[in-house]
Design a protein around this ligand. Structure first.
Ligand SMILES: C[C@](O)(CO)[C@H](O)COP(=O)(O)OP(=O)(O)OC[C@H]1O[C@@H](n2ccc(N)nc2=O)[C@H](O)[C@@H]1O
Ligand SMILES: Nc1ncnc2c1ncn2[C@@H]1O[C@H](COP(=O)(O)OP(=O)(O)OP(=O)(O)O)[C@@H](O)[C@H]1O
Length: 276
């Protein structure tokens, strides 16, 4: 069985407080984007996991077996296998979505693994049960179980409904070949309670978002990586209605009312554009 785990952008990201467990509470709208990996899982006589496409870095970069074992797809399989009678499988991940990009690509792969195993082996897990497993693998992971627009609170893993529909708009995502570690990005932030909660800002027309709907990670990462602010400005120069960095970076995206023109400015970067 094959799935195409697609990523997300964050529309606004308010970092409200540091938690006793060391994580941060946040307010953010997560919006699905079609840029995706490919993941195949088939029953096999012994377990095997392989990857192709973009290289996936790991903490044990000098030991390729350890990097593979640490992959979120493998960890998701092990997590379900601890509770359910899963047979050995052969999994192959073709990696397309950039890593350290603030797009939650690895989290999407993990959630897709949970969903695929649930369907393929008829585990009959509810959405709540699958989201609970996903939460154990990472803060972003639970979102991808349903992969629909959500207003995310707490660690980014608890959801409130939001009427946010960008159908008819176009996205342009620019990844400047710069991987930013999520933990490093969080280490540089100073959380604060927002003057106006994100939900209120997002309920206003998209034309009002520029200058108001803010990703708090930009405050510490734009001074450190000036290229990010310059990409954001270029997206506005191209006619974006709204532009922002996604998550903990480094991808910067624009939302357009018509298909964005190709720009030479972005030719040396990895870009993705599609209807939202
Ligand atoms: C930046 C976002 O992408 C916004 O959607 C997410 O908050 C990141 O989620 P993620 O990549 O799934 O992150 P995790 O794997 O859970 O955590 C990585 C590290 O980021 C920090 N972290 C993450 C999420 C959070 N709400 N507060 C944090 O402080 C912690 O230091 C943690 O050790
Ligand atoms: N299937 C996977 N795809 C990508 N990274 C993976 C995967 N499995 C494990 N990882 C590890 O997770 C790290 C971050 O992955 P990911 O691409 O989700 O980060 P990101 O783009 O910063 O997303 P976000 O911060 O929004 O969650 C990588 O450096 C890698 O070591």
């Amino acid at each position: 069985m094959i799935a195409f785990p697609a990523c997300k952008i964050n529309i606004g990201l308010q970092l409200t407080e540091r938690r006793p467990d060391g994580f941060h509470n946040l307010l953010s709208a997560f919006y699905p984007v079609g840029w995706s990996d490919a993941l195949e899982i088939i029953p096999a006589s012994t377990f095997a996991f392989s990857t192709s496409g973009l290289p996936i870095p790991g903490r044990a970069a000098d030991d390729s077996d350890a990097v593979l074992a640490n992959n979120l797809c493998v960890r998701a399989y092990e997590l379900l296998r601890a509770d359910h009678a899963l047979p050995p499988v052969q999994m192959h991940l073709h990696k397309v979505v950039p890593i350290g990009a603030g797009l939650g690509g690895g989290s999407a792969d993990a959630a897709a693994t949970i969903n695929l195993l649930n369907t393929q082996f008829e585990l009959n897990l509810t959405v709540d049960q699958r989201e609970a497993y996903a939460r154990k693998l990472g803060s972003d992971c639970a979102f991808f179980i349903q992969n629909r627009p959500q207003y995310c609170v707490e660690k980014g893993d608890v959801f409130d409904e939001i009427a946010l529909d960008l159908t008819g708009y176009y996205s342009l995502l620019v990844y400047p070949d710069l991987a930013i570690s999520t933990a490093e990005a969080y280490a540089g932030v100073t959380p604060r309670q927002p003057a106006i909660p994100l939900r209120t800002l997002l309920e206003r027309p998209i034309e009002t978002w520029r200058g108001n709907v803010h990703n708090d990670f930009e405050d510490s990462l734009f001074p450190k990586y000036p290229i990010l602010a310059s990409i954001k400005q270029h997206l506005y120069d191209l006619g974006a209605i709204y532009a922002s960095m996604s998550g903990s970076g480094s991808t910067v995206y624009g939302i357009f009312s018509a298909p964005p023109e190709r720009s030479d400015v972005f030719s040396r970067y990895t870009v993705w554009s599609d209807k939202l």
